[in-house]
Design a protein around this ligand. Sequence first.
Ligand SMILES: Cc1ncc(COP(=O)(O)O)c(C=O)c1O
Length: 281
Amino acid sequence: MVRFLNGEFVEDGRKAAVSPDDRGFLFGDGAYEVVAFYGGRPFGMEAHFKRFHRSLSELRIDPPDPAELKRLAPEMVRRNGMEGQDCLFYVQCTRGVAPRTHYFPDPSVPPTLYASVSEFNRPIEPGEKGVSISLFPDIRWLRCDVKSINLLPNVLARQQAREAGSEEGVFVRDGVVTEGTHSNLFAVFPDRLSTHPSNQLILSGITRATVLKICSEMGLAVEERAITRRELFDAREVFLAGTTVEIMPVVEIGGRQVDRGRPGEITGRIRRAYLETVGAV
Ligand SMILES: Cc1ncc(COP(=O)(O)O)c(C=O)c1O
């Protein structure tokens, strides 16, 4: 696997080496993005890089030039022999290499820019059959709008979800459903869909934005309002939305069936429209 590190393409990616003094390694001091390529074509690349720029700016890390990233992503796909395939482009930027102290390093220290490409094993079966989710207290910080590489609460919740036989862990803060460990959540009610507003308590997903657009085109009303845990259990349909989960119906929450325990009709329509939009079908 060819990796990219600080301006160099490392042919044998295992040899790409980051200093132990890198702030990403010591503090998780950085941000990242993941862009899906369908049949070799990126989906939402500009939106992802815009969000990357925003995350880094919020962290006061000097962001890379978006034009450079737009060239880098397809170049990495090509160098990894993944043209024409479904794959994932990963990019991360940290505050660079400096002796360990909480203060920012000297402004002359360049950020570390790293990128890789991996196969995208699309979640086709779970997307058709639906998955179960487990709920967890949202113990994350209050800047979830920043796509930080600090993912400890997400890692712990997803592992606990797996141990409980669920596909995804979904966070609940103060009785309100926020989002999944790596996805946003939508609930379908008889007269509208609901999803958490785009604020500092969630990562505003590119997939979420795509779903909002699809719903508006389909004439489906969506309310950006946080729903309570109790309302979630009353929803007709529930689904997850994210770059790697795509649109994934939720058929069980903490062992309780959603409606009749089958993917819902609205979810199916949105999923089909999404897969068409991204060029998966
Ligand atoms: C916490 C969280 N929420 C939502 C999402 C979905 O975002 P996107 O649709 O841009 O992939 C992700 C993606 O990784 C995420 O990590």
